[in-house]
Design a protein around this ligand. Structure first.
Ligand code: CS2
Length: 484
């Protein structure tokens, strides 16, 4: 038999005792499986505890269907420039798809053994208005969840109904542990949960406000989407087929506010997480330095024809541009967290971006810009303008986003724009007669742009100038003009 015709055997869950389930995770994407899940696994290995995970996909069955035949075990492949290293992870004990049976998920969340609900549902999963953090009461999923109490669709909808069931059963609430890239992420999820709960039952909202815990966290690890080629390559290397591996960089960081209901949590510190009283400085540093320049490279790099982050930073123009952003526009806006040297932090980011074994597509990071720009770019920009600091680089990034969501790249090819506001953005772009009108129409998106930017005539004219530079001379030349 020729080797290439044989199908390798499927990955199997390693034999051995299984922990009880203590955590429900909403949003079973690659990031959770390559980051939070590994900390939970390491914490249990170090200090024990029944912290097995029930994974939940809110809508799509694909992860469950790939993981179930392998007993929910998967391979985490660490990609370092000097070589790859693989580990089998079996912390996930079961996976369910909420949309198939919402009542079952609500029952499971009311189990007293569940002490923590972790979330990676992406920025748009909180149904909030990105500029203000408030619940978007007109969101179709929120309207649905108010009308159908037993069958929610949104993450806040599940949390509120599950907390109501726990209160009715005389149980303590679970801790809600947000692991998405939002500033004050614990505060954001607490805010939307309380607002939704108040619309349903003010006493429930009071109980959640008094008894619930929503620690904020800063999460960091670069985890590109897994491709079919990645799956084939891993199977060739190991001789075993894993239909759901995750690929990640060596670096990882997790900073967690140590505020859990009844102090019930895995021993995250033993796994290397930093347990702190306040994550704000860590969150601002990471969102602005890492995610901010990721988005810069995503829009400018994509427009200039770069497919991945590693390719974009190998281009001296974009390398120079993000170094300018860090030194002149981002770091001056930050308070360094204790014992952190921000210059060393950003230099380490540059090395992480340059890892040639990570294929992190600019297109992937460009997704959902309307939900990402406020915390990654616009907050820094507004502070710089108020303080009279340099802001031309960040202004160009906003212009590049506007150019990108117009849906046509610099060679005239269509861009597959993914964003909850994609249709509206495209329409704004298509109907504006010139750059100034386009910029005005975008700045009027008040769920995206903060007042300080939306109402500044100087900013509007700088943004229009940046858009003209992009349209006339292209992303590469426009970036080089700012950071020669
Ligand atoms: C990226 C993040 O896709 C994106 O928007 O900026 O996923 C980034 O890779 C992680 O936050 C790194 O911790």
């Amino acid at each position: 038999m020729r080797a290439e015709n044989t199908t390798p055997p499927r990955l199997r869950r390693p034999a051995g005792p299984r922990p009880g389930i203590g955590i429900v995770h909403l949003g079973l994407g690659a990031f959770f499986r390559a980051h939070v899940a590994l900390y939970i696994d390491d914490a249990m290995r170090a200090s024990g505890g029944d912290w097995g995970v029930l994974g939940v996909s809110l809508v799509r069955p694909d992860q469950r269907d790939r993981l179930a035949p392998q007993g929910y075990a998967y391979t985490a492949v660490e990609l370092a420039p000097e070589g790859a290293d693989a580990r089998i992870v079996d912390v996930v004990q079961d996976v369910i798809v909420a949309r198939e049976d919402p009542a079952r998920l609500l029952d499971l969340l009311a189990d007293p053994a569940i002490r923590i609900v972790t979330l990676t549902v992406t920025e748009k999963g909180y149904c909030h208005e990105p500029a203000s953090g408030a619940l978007n009461r007109a969101h179709p999923d929120i309207l649905h969840d108010l009308a159908h109490p037993q069958a929610p669709r949104s993450a806040p909808g599940y949390l509120v109904r599950a907390l109501a069931h726990r209160r009715a059963a005389g149980l303590a609430p679970f801790t809600v542990l947000c692991c998405d890239n939002l500033p004050q992420n614990g505060r954001v999820v607490r805010g939307v949960v309380l607002e939704l709960a108040r619309l349903i039952d003010p006493e429930l909202a009071d109980w959640i406000a008094a008894e619930g815990r929503f620690p904020a966290t800063m999460v960091d690890r670069i985890v590109p989407a897994t491709s079919d080629e990645d799956i084939d390559r891993l199977a060739e290397r190991t001789g075993v087929l894993d239909a759901a591996p995750v690929l990640h960089e060596p670096f990882r960081q997790w900073v967690i506010e140590d505020d859990f209901v009844g102090d019930a949590r895995p021993d995250f510190a033993a796994a290397g997480a930093e347990m702190v009283a306040d994550v704000t400085a860590f969150e601002d540093m990471k969102l602005r330095c890492l995610n901010g320049t990721h988005s810069a490279l995503a829009y400018l790099g994509y427009l200039a024809g770069h497919e991945t982050i590693a390719e974009a930073v190998a281009d001296p123009v974009f390398a120079g541009f993000i170094r300018h952003l860090w030194a002149a526009e981002i770091v001056p806006s930050l308070q360094a967290p204790p014992n952190v040297d921000l210059a060393a932090y950003t230099e380490a980011l540059f090395v992480r971006y340059s890892n040639p074994t990570i294929r992190h597509r600019t297109w992937q990071i460009a997704m959902d810009g309307s939900q990402k720009l406020p915390q990654r770019i616009l907050a820094t920009l507004a502070e710089n303008l108020a303080a009279g600091r340099e802001a031309r680089g960040l202004t160009l990034v906003v212009a590049a986003w506007i150019r990108y969501v117009g849906g046509v790249d610099e060679r005239g090819a269509a861009i597959d724009v993914r964003d909850p506001l994609a249709e509206r953005l495209r329409a704004l772009s298509d109907t504006a007669p010139d750059a100034a009108a386009k910029v005005r129409a975008f700045l009027d998106l008040r769920e995206v742009f903060p007042e300080a930017l939306a109402e500044s005539a100087d900013f509007a004219s700088a943004l229009a100038g940046a858009l003209v530079a992009l349209e006339d001379r292209g992303a590469r030349a426009a970036s080089a003009e700012i950071a020669p």
